[in-house]
Design a binder for this molecule. Structure first.
Ligand SMILES: C[S@@+](CC[C@H](N)C(=O)[O-])C[C@H]1O[C@@H](n2cnc3c(N)ncnc32)[C@H](O)[C@@H]1O
Length: 259
């Protein structure tokens, strides 16, 4: 099932904005994922040497999914997090995968039909979620917080739809602690991963953006500060020596601002 909530205008966006205004970034990211959607899964597998699957398994495991849980996968893309959760936890009450890129959700639907999994898809904006407050027991978001045009607003929105005591799991690209490893990782993204992306899609600019977005993203300490400011108690878990990051945040009870 695909419920269409809102589709952003398909206006052309400049290929490499230096510090884009939020609405420009939103359009840019939407255009980017529309263009690379058919090769997105291949890029993930090849660009991470298959580690992306292990990282999603860790995220779903840390979500602590249980019987009857209402689960939201924000920026679901081609559905890997939602479908993994559905496969591993058939006991949950419902799983909703939300994304604003129709081309990504269409691929998610194809994979869902093949897997026979129970997931509902919603086309909508992570920064204006079409759900009432405290609707979900668990909210997950994979490799997408750095793509949000307003990170603080987006985090507040994720927490808003979570019930008090509920858990938010954020899987992101990493921040290796050792400066040399970090430099090597970032160099890899700008060279090997970008070349893989170009060979798969014939385009370089989406993969230059993705590499830049990793380099410019928050450190784990900064991310934990942002999560604390959104009325959650959060911890950080590095994956594969810091190549990926997991943030596990519990929504504090009794904070009316985020109810
Ligand atoms: C890197 S992909 C991640 C997909 C998936 N979570 C995964 O683990 O592979 C980022 C996704 O976020 C979506 N996205 C980015 N900003 C969004 C927003 N503001 N609202 C909804 N979806 C958004 C994109 O359309 C894209 O599908």
């Amino acid at each position: 099932m695909l419920t269409e909530i809102e589709s952003p205008p398909a206006a052309a966006a400049p290929p490499t904005p230096a510090a884009p205004a939020p609405e420009d970034k939103r359009r840019y990211v939407h255009r980017l994922f529309t263009q690379i959607a058919p090769r997105y899964d291949w890029f993930n597998r090849l660009g991470s040497f298959g580690l992306d699957r292990r990282w999603r398994r860790a995220a779903v495991a840390q979500a602590g999914l249980g019987a009857g849980h209402r689960v939201l996968d924000v920026c679901a893309g081609t559905g890997d997090v939602s479908l993994l959760a559905a496969r591993r936890h058939p006991e949950v009450g419902m799983i909703v995968g939300l994304d604003f890129t129709a081309a990504m959700l269409s691929l998610a639907q194809v994979k869902q039909r093949r897997a026979g999994a129970a997931v509902s898809w919603v086309q909508g904006d992570a920064q204006a979620l079409p759900f009432k407050g405290a609707t979900f027991d668990r909210v997950l978001i994979g490799f997408s917080t750095r793509n949000l045009s307003d990170l603080d607003g987006g985090l507040r929105e994720l927490v808003r739809v979570l019930r008090p005591g509920g858990r938010l799991v954020i899987l992101e690209t990493g921040y290796p602690r050792h400066p040399l490893v970090r430099a090597g990782y970032q160099a890899f993204l700008f060279t090997v991963a970008r070349t893989i992306g170009f060979l798969l899609t014939g385009r370089c600019w989406p993969f230059s953006y993705l590499a830049r977005s990793v380099r410019q993203f928050l450190t784990p300490t900064q991310m934990l500060e942002r999560l604390a400011a959104c009325a959650t108690q959060a911890r950080y878990q590095p994956l594969s020596f810091g190549l990926a990051s997991l943030y596990i945040a519990t929504k504090r009870t009794g904070d009316a601002r985020h109810a």
